[in-house]
Design a binder for this molecule. Structure first.
Ligand SMILES: NC(=O)c1ccc[n+]([C@@H]2O[C@H](COP(=O)([O-])OP(=O)(O)OC[C@H]3O[C@@H](n4cnc5c(N)ncnc54)[C@H](O)[C@@H]3O)[C@@H](O)[C@H]2O)c1
Length: 432
């Protein structure tokens, strides 16, 4: 495999799974080489053909001057010689890895694999998944031998949805390969689109481990902040005031408390937990972090109820407004949103919950969580306003805006991310 074959468009690169990770990568590559973008979601492929990106993450320029064919026909992958896999790696109802999308994509590629081809995985997995799960499947289905007939690699993605500052091009990328030649060739492909440079990992398992520990480190640190927030809250001390003071020390890490949802930080740690358990080690710290973070939605819901009771407010059939349903700020993605846990907790106590979100798709919310989004909050209707997601749209709200929605001046503002800190003086105020 020569990189010039791709640059001169004698050979093609395929990207399987055109989601948050696969699509920007496919488009960036398609500005340099011929790309086949494959996804099993036909509606998504049709939208992409019209230049529409449902995630809203990509600017129009990303689609301009690209040499890409979008397809939901697996057989089209046969035209490519370098295959990149970026399909989801979710967990099941028991928090165990659900490898089926990754294995399905592997079977698809195995069926078209030729001598001399490369397969590089980007999906987040536990260490060993590429070589122990995917390679045997590729070999079985293709009848080819890894290392001799085809090569594999792993290159984790680090993009952060909603983040316009850290991009594929300006973030250093880890690459790894099954041997020295694979490492070099895979590096040459990624160097086409990553300006910040590459980190050449010594083997695939190191690259897999690096990705997963990045997310575990974040999860555990946020869990610590959440736990501190619970303790400080019992003493009536505001966590954000404490953090503002502590952060003046040079080596204090600037993590904040909050809801950990989505399909990365709240999911990936379970992949390593699974692997560790297979190795007869029960991770304490990682599991503790998961437990704390997974409990935060319920905790916030209960805190609101207790506070409303102490304020003499109506709980049964009382109305409450929730601002934001996405899994984090400034994105449209609602998957694994822990705001849903807050809403369910409030409903369990008999409250009527109105949810608004300018970024979320109402039909998707209905499908995933079973309730309708409200178009607008009602005036003078609510016992409390819960600012659950710190979207840009909510940052500039004033106390007067909140007062307009609350039933009266004895209402509660529950500010999960602390965006109204210092702005609320008349109303009852609480933040994590
Ligand atoms: N989103 C992030 O910020 C992020 C960052 C780093 C790593 N990751 C990891 O990257 C991987 C992909 O995540 P994502 O957020 O892009 O997922 P996503 O859900 O946004 O997109 C995945 C796409 O793959 C398609 N797909 C599913 N099964 C398929 C199959 N068998 N063949 C072809 N297409 C298939 C889906 O239709 C979907 O369009 C995951 O392992 C994730 O953990 C995600």
């Amino acid at each position: 495999m020569e990189i010039t074959d791709f640059i001169e468009k004698k050979k093609k690169i395929s990207v399987t799974g055109l989601g948050y990770v696969g699509l920007p990568l496919a488009l960036a590559l398609a500005k340099k080489v011929s790309v086949i973008g494959f996804d099993t979601d036909r509606a998504h492929i049709e939208a992409l053909r019209k230049g529409t990106d449902a995630s809203g993450e990509l600017p129009a320029e990303a689609f301009e001057n690209t040499d890409i064919v979008y397809t939901d026909h697996a057989s089209d992958l046969a035209e490519a010689s370098f295959h990149i896999v970026a399909v989801p790696t979710p967990i099941d109802a028991f928090n165990n890895p659900d490898m089926e999308p990754l294995l399905a994509a592997t079977r698809t590629i195995g069926a078209v694999l030729k001598k001399g081809d490369y397969v590089v995985y980007e999906s987040t997995v536990y260490p060993g998944a590429t070589e122990d799960e995917c390679v045997p499947l590729l070999e079985k289905i293709s009848g080819l031998r890894c290392g001799k007939d085809f090569k594999v690699g792993y290159s984790p993605e680090r993009i952060n949805p909603g983040d316009r500052k850290h991009t594929l091009a300006n973030t250093r990328k880890i690459v790894s390969g099954c041997d020295a030649e694979a490492l070099q060739r895979i590096g040459e492909v990624y160097a086409l689109v990553v300006d910040a440079g590459l980190h050449y990992a010594p083997c695939i398992k190191v690259a897999e481990s690096a990705k997963i520990i990045e997310n575990i480190q974040r999860d555990v640190n946020i869990a610590l902040m959440n736990e501190l927030s619970i303790i400080l809250g019992r003493m009536g001390i505001n966590t954000y005031d404490v953090l503002a003071a502590a952060e003046t020390k040079w080596n204090f890490l600037p993590f904040k408390p909050g809801l950990v949802g989505g399909h990365c930080i709240g999911v990936d740690p379970y992949y390593l937990v699974y692997k560790a358990r297979e190795l007869k080690y029960h991770p304490h710290v990682i599991n503790a972090g998961r437990f704390v973070n997974d409990s935060m939605g319920g905790y916030v819901g209960k805190r609101i109820i207790k506070r409303l009771i102490s304020m003499g407010r109506t709980i049964l059939n009382g109305r409450i407004l929730v601002l934001g349903i996405t899994f984090k700020e400034n994105v449209a993605d609602i998957r694994n949103s822990k705001v849903a846990d807050i809403i369910n907790e409030l409903k369990d106590y008999g409250m009527q919950v109105d949810v608004v979100d300018p970024r979320a798709d109402a039909a998707a919310v209905k499908r995933m969580y079973g309730f309708d989004l409200c178009r607008q909050p009602q005036e003078k209707a609510y016992e409390a306003v819960v600012a659950a997601v710190s979207h840009q749209e909510y940052q500039n709200l004033s106390e007067a805006d909140l007062l307009r929605w609350l039933r009266d001046e004895n209402g509660l503002v529950d500010d999960v991310k602390g965006i109204f800190r210092g702005k609320v003086s008349k109303l009852e105020y609480w933040s994590l």
